[in-house]
Design a binder for this molecule. Structure first.
Ligand SMILES: [Zn+2]
Length: 345
């Protein structure tokens, strides 16, 4: 049993509640990890190593130097190349486990593409850093009946909760409406420590393994809040927290699955605006590179998945094949749109 690839899952199978049967179930499971930042890196790493059947990595961002302090799948070369996180994570995970299906989506999950990106997943894991996507995931999960595992981390504190539609309260039972922008701490305003995201991501991955191996009776009930700086673990019992007036899981309203005309988003933690076309488009990155190379100013680098154009020392832009772009160096959406239009011509 020692030495060869066949021994890969030996220790996991030896853990009795998993066993051979649990391992086989894992190997048939499909999981979507939405957001491959600090939490997503931990979750995806554990699930890839444990032998999940199919792992979908969905992230809209690129690797930057400020990510390396806590986003454990990335290295300096990824930041130098400004690789899309989904691709950089997939590259690394394929070297860790080549026997599973790993699919990378360098995409912004939104109401218009959620069904196609998440279809067929047995479970959705939240690695995002924004409320908009979490409410979307909750709506999607409750509507389709598949569970999702929420996780959030800021500073040295975080929380996690497993939502099993029909059984547990949903996210909106607890938090009926998204908070107003600017009212909550984010990684940008409060910072975040690396060991914290490791713990929260690991808690999420553990729940995922329980669910996928057929051990749903062992899922952690309620909401767990913790603060690793103050050494506080604060489980919150959610018995009775399922609200009969919940617009989502009781009334069956799913407003976050309705496409919105809003085509810009400010990314957490940086001077970066995302521009997303309102309708499906495709952008020929090579043709754009050829056109940019004829300009007298600026420089660009082309990867198989993205084109990065450095216009000057303040402004740069990363374009993806779906015509989505990250405009770096500004937090002004109107200015970012103008730069986007300017470069695409
Ligand atoms: Zn609810």
């Amino acid at each position: 049993m020692n030495g060869g690839p066949d021994s890969r899952y030996v220790r996991q199978i030896r853990f009795a509640p998993v066993g051979q049967e649990g391992q086989q179930r894992l190997g048939k499971g499909t999981v979507a990890v939405v957001g491959i930042g600090a939490l997503g890196c931990v979750i995806a790493s554990h699930l890839a190593r444990s032998g999940i059947g199919e792992l979908r990595l969905i992230d809209r961002d690129i690797v930057e130097w400020s990510n390396l302090q806590r986003q454990l799948l990335y290295d300096e070369e990824d930041a130098v190349q400004a690789l899309p996180k989904a691709e950089a994570a997939a590259n690394k995970l394929k070297r860790i486990n080549s026997s599973i299906a790993i699919r990378a989506f360098a995409a912004d999950l939104h109401a218009g593409n959620a069904a196609s990106l998440l279809e067929g997943a047995d479970l959705v894991l939240d690695g995002t850093d924004n409320f908009q996507t979490r409410y979307l995931l909750n709506d999607y999960a409750v509507r389709t009946g598949i569970p999702w595992i929420y996780g959030g981390a800021v500073g040295a504190g975080g929380m996690t909760m497993t939502v099993v539609p029909g059984e547990t309260p949903c996210y909106r039972c607890l938090f009926p409406e998204p908070p107003s922008a600017g009212l909550t701490d984010t990684c940008e305003t409060a910072g975040v420590l690396s060991p914290l995201v490791d713990v929260i991501g690991s808690l999420q991955a553990m729940e995922a393994i329980k669910w996928l191996t057929g051990n749903s009776s062992q899922l952690r009930p309620g909401l767990l809040q913790l603060d690793l700086w103050r050494n506080a673990w604060m489980p919150l019992d959610l018995a009775g927290a399922k609200r009969s007036a919940c617009p989502c899981c009781a009334a069956g309203e799913f407003p976050f699955l309705e496409p919105t005309p809003d085509d810009t988003a400010l990314l957490c933690g940086r001077d970066t605006v995302q521009i997303r076309p309102n309708r499906p488009l495709s952008l020929d990155l090579k043709a754009l590179a050829a056109r940019l190379s004829s300009l007298e100013s600026g420089s660009f680098s082309l990867t198989p998945y993205s084109l990065r154009y450095i216009r000057d020392e303040r402004i740069s832009a990363v374009f993806f094949a779906d015509a989505r772009a990250l405009i770096q160096g500004t937090s002004d959406a109107i200015k970012a749109k103008a730069i986007y239009a300017d470069i695409l011509g």
